[in-house]
Ligand binder design. Structure first.
Ligand code: ZN
Length: 337
């Protein structure tokens, strides 16, 4: 691996020996690899690959983006299957392919219902999931599986899990700590405090605690579906609901089965086409620009908005943060009254 990294760098750059290489993996990437250019996001410069000999969530996040190139168009990996870790097989593209094949086969209404279910229902018992499908008019999706052992704690013959307060997906257990793997939710970190013998531990962070749930018969979204469709969609449904609550405004969810994210119909008849982006790295958006004219970036990635503004054609795109976009809508509505 050391040789692979050196082959990507100029002579004289990077860690000299394999031992140096291991040491620098727990330092920010920008400290030891030349990451020049204004397109390189700050988060990538600050990325730490290993922490206490374990891959960090941020490294897995970036890794998932790039392992896609190793798979062919049928999602089959011809080489390297043995050495790649399991998470690498659930890349964005594969998660989308398996989940979207099912929801795309029905009508537009079924598509939007299915997509929203993936965002709003990350976990549930079998009967509760079946009720959600029929209540929402969503097609049945083969995307739920029992909660994995890395997200539960066993006490006797029972298993427990804790939902992230931000997205309700089961938090990952690392020894005696718990955290959500979605980087913007990394503030949700808890410690497992032992209680009496035979009792499940309590998840606390200072005065805050999270309710413990019984894992018996509970299913959660497959990791890749949650990470690439479910949790990034939270910002989309929040914005759609905010827009629909405005008098005279109708927000269409994922029109034409996701030609773009939101169609905003204003009271004066204008239609704004919106694509919402929740990513740290602007380069993928620049190399494959969206269909909609309005690109709205989540507030926690506002650096992405600045890079997009600089590199996308100004006569084709308007780039906003979510807050700035809401301000613009509010101002327009005031003007049309
Ligand atoms: Zn979360």
């Amino acid at each position: 691996m050391h040789g692979v990294v050196l082959s990507c760098l100029q002579p004289g750059e990077g860690p000299v020996t394999p031992a140096d290489f291991v040491r620098v993996l727990s330092k920010p990437l920008g400290d030891w690899a030349p990451l020049d250019g204004d397109m390189v996001p700050q988060q990538l410069r600050q990325l730490i690959v290993l922490q206490e000999d374990v891959l960090t969530d941020e490294a897995i996040d970036y890794g998932s983006e790039y392992t896609e190139a190793l798979f062919d168009s049928d999602g089959v990996l011809d080489t390297g299957q043995q050495w790649l870790p399991p998470w690498s097989h659930q890349t964005r593209e594969q998660a989308e392919r398996s989940a979207f094949t099912a929801i795309s086969s029905g009508s537009q209404a079924q598509y939007a219902a299915g997509r929203r279910m993936l965002i709003e229902v990350p976990t549930g018992a079998e009967t509760a999931l079946l009720m959600e499908y029929s209540r929402r008019g969503s097609p049945r999706l083969d995307v739920y599986e029992p909660i994995g052992g890395d997200r539960t704690v066993s006490v006797g013959d029972r298993k427990f899990w804790w939902p992230c307060p931000g997205c309700h997906y089961p938090m990952q257990v690392h020894g005696s700590s718990l955290r959500c793997q979605y980087p913007p939710h990394s503030v949700h970190r808890y410690f497992l405090q032992a209680r009496g013998k035979g009792q499940a531990p309590e998840a606390i962070n200072g005065p805050v605690s999270v309710t413990r749930m019984d894992a018996e018969g509970i299913y959660c979204l497959r990791w890749g579906v949650w990470r690439f469709i479910g949790v990034p969609g939270l910002a989309e449904v929040l914005l759609i609901d905010w827009l629909n609550a405005k008098p005279g405004v109708t927000a269409e969810s994922w029109p034409d089965k996701d030609a773009y994210d939101i169609g905003v119909h204003m009271p004066d008849g204008q239609v704004l086409r919106v694509d919402l982006k929740d990513v740290a790295d602007a380069r993928k958006i620049i190399s494959d620009p969206p269909a909609a004219e309005h690109i709205v970036v989540t507030d926690h990635y506002k650096a992405t908005a600045a890079t997009l503004r600089e590199h996308l054609p100004k006569d084709r795109y308007v780039v906003h943060t979510v807050s700035a976009f809401k301000r613009m809508i509010t101002t327009r509505l005031r003007g049309s009254r």
